[in-house]
Design a protein around this ligand. Structure first.
Ligand code: 4NP
Length: 156
């Protein structure tokens, strides 16, 4: 059985592509690439078709993580295709709750809820602040915690 994880932010150019890249890297390091699939999407259509923001591409490359995804918007079908839809902040979680079809099985979660050591709910948006390194640190801790949670709950 394959577990499918979709990271979701507003534009799908800063935070969720970073989470996708870091999480896939951890999955590969753990030897679980055949069992966990990863993608990302945005609740808005503002940047559809664009590559990740240069700040995200820069920090990923600096940490040795390849990323060549393009922005896409979340669809209704994603709620059937993915097991976990993980929102990078609470406003995107609210947007997902409003979109979710009643019979879809996907679990909706907030990215930082798995990281007990981080005392924040939302990954702050680096689009205006430019704090991509700070966000990378949060994403790395959150991704590790999420992988731990999924391994435990899915018995991987
Ligand atoms: P993201 O960041 O949701 O982490 O991809 C943003 C990207 C674009 C905008 C806002 C946030 N925007 O206003 O265009």
């Amino acid at each position: 059985m394959t577990i499918r994880v979709l990271f979701v932010c507003l534009g799908n150019i800063c935070r969720s592509p970073m989470a996708e890249g870091v999480f896939r890297h951890l999955v590969e390091q753990a030897g679980l690439a055949d069992q966990i699939e990863v993608d990302s999407a945005g609740t808005s259509d503002w940047h559809v078709g664009e590559p990740a923001h240069e700040g995200t591409r820069y920090v990923l490359e600096k940490h040795g993580i390849a990323y060549d995804g393009r922005s896409r918007q979340v669809t209704r079908q994603d709620f059937y295709d993915f097991d976990y839809l993980v929102a990078m902040d609470s406003s995107n979680l609210v947007a997902l709750r409003q979109m979710r079809p009643l019979d879809a099985h996907a679990k909706l979660a907030l990215f930082l809820e798995f990281a007990d050591e981080i005392n924040m709910r939302d990954v702050p948006d680096p689009y205006y602040s430019g704090r991509f390194e700070h966000v990378y640190g949060l994403v790395e801790q959150g991704a590790q915690a999420l992988l731990g949670y999924i391994r435990e709950h899915e018995e991987l």
